[in-house]
Design a protein around this ligand. Structure first.
Ligand code: NZQ
Ligand code: ZN
Length: 387
């Protein structure tokens, strides 16, 4: 195991009554709040009204930044920073999913940065020295953004989708009430499950040895996805399924599984380049690319771990590691299909002619991945095999 520092300062209020803790969290909020939300789901569910009533009762001044789209745009971030400057905002309240929370984080970082906020995504993230505090009310299970320091933003002009990561962006608190996810559509629920699954795999497959704790934890979380995913799709109001998936998503990407080991993230890198150009749902891209990546990186060097995955997660019995590894990949692909995900980039509107450009974008900062280091040529081959 490698050395690591682990610090998750986010207070989690989890459960059916988590919203009651929101009021006590507001006691430490002084000054104007920027309330950030998406395209209207929080209005349809009544959550918006509840939040606004609480803010009014507490005499907390607030401004709003709404209509944050899935795959949030840098233009929304710039708008948010301007609002914070104009109204002297001191706290960001993100209500929604990964897109809303990531937009809030980018605003939080950009607010104190003297140049244009996109610079931070273009390799200058170490310039983030300070950030506005953030609180979140999570309404969809997927990214883990509610407990991590990542923000992923799309620059719609350059068609790049890039990330920043710093502990300064971890939310101060997150309200996680699984009943808030009862209204999430079947498709978005499935997409969330695939995203969680992929986050775990990106950290699970690694050449770092001696990480039994992280590896067995990862397998347990994958098992939760496999068990509860189909239940949540069939019974959207099943509290046990929704709560287990929701907590799995936070634990899958809060640093717990990836600390002390080298992690991969190549599939995410490729997917972000695809959704930067085609604006597809993040996890739809992951569902297509993950099994293809697994097949592509399968080699004598990676086979044992892939076979362990097949055995421990899918119960594959073969003693031949090559056969077992291939069976594990097949089961992964089948699971995504059963969740209703497509299997080919051609099915989601990606043009074959654009694959070269996407491979180039993916490797903007050089090769990616650690389980197998991928060059632009490798990425192109994966994209072609996924087409
Ligand atoms: O916009 P509204 O109307 O709120 O609708 C949203 C949106 O259309 C809807 N939704 C959310 N909660 C709902 C609901 N609909 C009904 N009932 C509810 N309770 O769901 C749709 C998707 O929302 P979004 O926030 O985009 O989903 P998700 O949480 O999957 O976030 C995806 C974004 O996060 C990035 C992705 O790339 C993508 O941009 N990621 C962020 C990561 C991070 N910060 O750590 C890591 C991930 O790998 C990922 O890259
Ligand atoms: Zn993801």
């Amino acid at each position: 195991m490698l050395d690591f520092d682990y610090n998750v300062p986010t207070r989690i209020h989890f459960g059916r009554h988590a919203m009651e803790k929101f009021e006590s969290e507001l006691q430490t909020v002084h000054g104007t709040v920027l309330l950030i939300y998406g395209g209207g789901s929080i209005k349809r569910t009544g959550l918006y009204e509840k939040i606004v009533r609480i803010l009014d009762d507490k005499n907390i001044a607030y401004k709003e930044l709404k209509d944050i789209q899935p795959n949030p745009r840098i233009s929304s971030v710039r708008k948010g920073i301007a609002l914070c400057q104009d109204y002297d905002v001191s706290f960001l309240l993100a209500v929604g999913g990964g897109s809303v929370i990531d937009c809030a984080k980018a605003i939080a970082a950009g607010y104190y940065y003297e140049g244009d906020v996109w610079d931070l995504f273009m390799g200058k993230e170490q310039a983030i020295k300070k950030a506005l505090p953030i609180g979140t009310i999570l309404t969809i299970t997927a990214t883990g953004s509610e407990m991590n320091g990542n923000a992923v933003i799309t620059n719609e002009q350059t068609q790049d989708k890039l990330a920043i990561h710093t502990d300064l962006l971890r939310p101060r608190f997150s309200i996680i009430d699984p009943t808030l996810t009862y209204t999430v559509s079947k498709h978005q629920t499935a997409a969330g499950i695939v995203d969680i699954f992929s986050h775990i795999l990106e950290q699970y497959f690694s050449h770092t040895t001696g990480t039994m704790v992280q590896d067995r934890l990862a397998e347990a979380l994958l098992t939760c996805c496999i068990h509860y995913g189909p239940i949540a799709l069939e019974y959207p109001k099943d509290y046990e399924a929704r709560s287990n998936l929701m907590w799995t998503s936070s634990l899958a990407l809060n640093g717990l599984l990836g600390c002390g080991k080298q992690t991969d993230w190549a599939t995410h890198g490729i997917e972000h380049a695809v959704s930067a150009v085609y604006d597809i749902t993040h996890a739809v891209g992951l569902a297509i690319l993950t099994p293809v990546w697994m097949e592509y990186v399968l080699s004598d060097e990676t086979m044992t771990q892939m076979a362990t995955y097949a055995k421990n997660v899918w119960g594959v019995g073969s003693h031949d590691p090559n056969v077992a590894a291939r069976e594990g990949i097949k089961k992964t692909k089948q699971y995504f299909i059963e969740l209703g995900m497509p299997t080919r980039l051609s099915e989601v509107g990606v043009a074959y002619d654009s694959l070269k450009m996407i491979a180039k974008k993916t490797t903007l900062f050089g090769g990616l991945g650690h389980f197998k280091k991928l060059s632009e040529k490798d990425v192109l081959q994966i994209l072609e095999q996924a087409y």
